[in-house]
Design a protein around this ligand. Sequence first.
Ligand code: SF4
Length: 153
Amino acid sequence: MLRYIAEQIVWQEVPGEVSLAYTFSGCQLGCKGCHSADSWDARQGQPLSAEHFARRLQDYQGLISCVLFLGGEWQEPELMPLLSLSKAAGLKCCLYTGLELSDVSGALRRELTFIKTGRWLPERGGLQSLTTNQKFIDLRTGQCLNSLFQQPN
Ligand code: SF4
C-alpha cells in the first residue's frame, strides 16, 4: 500500500487550483539534492487506505478542486483507485513525478489532468527557473504551463 509522509492543502503546486496533496514515501530516483530524501525509505509514513482517502474527499467537498500526488507512480496499481475516486468526486488530478512523460504509462496519463515531470537537477532549478528541465503539462491539451510558475523580471 502507498504510504504518505504528508497530507496537506496546497495552493501553489497546481496553478489556479486548491489541492489536497499527498507526499508518498518510496521514491527510488535518488536525485542529488532531493528536498525530501528522508522520504526515500518506503517504510516511512502512514498507509493511505481508500477508506481514509474517500473520507478526506468528503471532508473537503466543495473546498478543493484538485488532488495532487507527489510520487506513487512506482505503485501504479495502488495509485489508480485513488485517481478514480478523485475523478468520481469531480476533482482534477495531478502527479508530480521525477520521471519523464514517456516513462509514464498511457493508462496513468489518461487518469491525470496535470503532470509535473523531470528529475530535480539543482543546477537547472525547479519550475520557477527559466533553465529547468522539469515540465508542468496540462494533459488535456498537451500544453506546457511552466510560464505560470515563472515570475516576470
Ligand atoms: S523525484 Fe523528487 S522525491 Fe524523488 S529523488 Fe528526485 S527530487 Fe527527490
